[in-house]
Write a protein that binds this ligand. Structure first.
Ligand code: C2E
Ligand code: MG
Ligand code: MG
Ligand code: MG
Length: 276
């Protein structure tokens, strides 16, 4: 009796696994195709100062409209990382972001920092510095207007290589931020040794800020830590005015989230800037 239900259990499990593998395989094939046929698009999410609501920058977020089906980067980025496609895809994002940023500055008549997400896999390549230099040179983008968002974790393993690469990027003049701060395995010691500019407080902390005193203490400590290390703090996932107000009181400088703006395609970002 037990054997029969076990067998049935395995059958169901196997079928689900099979369809997941099949979906992954299909998405990887489609991504290769999409990359060749320019089916990816960059969206921009505005970032603002908490004290005066002035827009200070925008984060570039990759969007993929797969024949009418919107596939989330939460799904396709890990797949691209698993098969190496993140390297050509990441190159495309970096170059496109710099080109579009230059166009935006011209169209909007003002400049701001444009932040690009960098996968740990891109970051661990020997030629990453050259890739960044190339993207800046070929677009004419000033280095100080490009911010690279890296995550805690994998990249921090090989500490010596990480530190020297970060210094080279710093010398190039680009801004460096830690994304999703607090969710990786945090070694606080690296914070003081890495030439960083910004900490992005993860949205999971912001989400519970008003309802859970433990999260309030964590956010409070992260802000104090960042301030003592001279880092700019930006809170992610700010959706409510009360969250923004509290974050400002706690000393957080900047915010990003649906409260200020959703991620926008180029044209909508342009009209957002013109309205503000
Ligand atoms: P992330 O870098 O932490 O980006 C922030 C995510 O939070 C984005 O999700 C954004 O749309 C979402 N978000 C912004 N404000 C709010 C808010 O107020 N509430 C909520 N609930 N969510 C908000 P998205 O665009 O789906 O991207 C997910 C993740 O995919 C990103 O997290 C990033 O890790 C990765 N990703 C996106 N684009 C790229 C890319 O070009 N390269 C790489 N390597 N990763 C990317
Ligand atoms: Mg990010
Ligand atoms: Mg984040
Ligand atoms: Mg993330």
């Amino acid at each position: 009796r037990a054997a029969a239900s076990d067998v049935a259990g395995w059958t169901v499990y196997d079928a689900q696994l099979g369809s997941q593998v099949e979906r992954a395989r299909q998405l990887i094939a489609d991504m290769r195709d999409a990359l060749q046929h320019d089916a990816f698009e960059l969206y921009f999410q505005p970032q603002a100062r908490l004290d005066n609501q002035q827009m200070v920058g925008a984060e570039v977020l990759l969007r993929w409209n797969k024949d009418g089906e919107f596939v989330s980067p939460g799904e396709f980025i890990p797949l691209a990382e698993s098969c190496g496609l993140i390297l050509p895809l990441g190159d495309w994002v970096l170059n496109k972001a710099c080109q579009q940023a230059m166009q935006l500055f011209a169209d909007a008549g003002r400049e701001f920092v444009v932040a690009v997400n960098i996968s740990p896999i891109q970051f661990s390549q020997r030629d990453f510095l050259d890739k960044v230099r190339h993207a800046l040179q070929s677009s004419g983008m000033p280095a100080h207007l490009l911010e690279l968002e890296i995550t805690e974790g994998a990249t921090m393993h090989n500490e010596l290589d990480t530190i020297s690469l970060l210094h080279e990027l710093h010398d190039l003049g680009v801004m460096l931020s830690i994304d999703d701060f607090g969710t990786g395995y945090s070694s606080l010691s690296y914070l003081s040794r890495f030439p960083l500019h910004k900490l992005k407080i993860d949205q999971s902390f912001v989400r519970h800020l008003l309802s859970d005193p433990n999260y309030l203490s964590i956010v409070h400590s992260v802000i104090e830590l960042g301030k003592s290390l001279n880092l700019t703090l930006i809170a992610e996932g700010v959706e409510e005015p009360k969250q923004a107000e509290l974050l400002r009181e706690l000393g957080c400088a900047e915010m990003q989230g649906y409260l200020y703006s959703r991620p926008l395609p180029y044209d909508q970002l342009l009209s957002f800037i013109q309205r503000h």
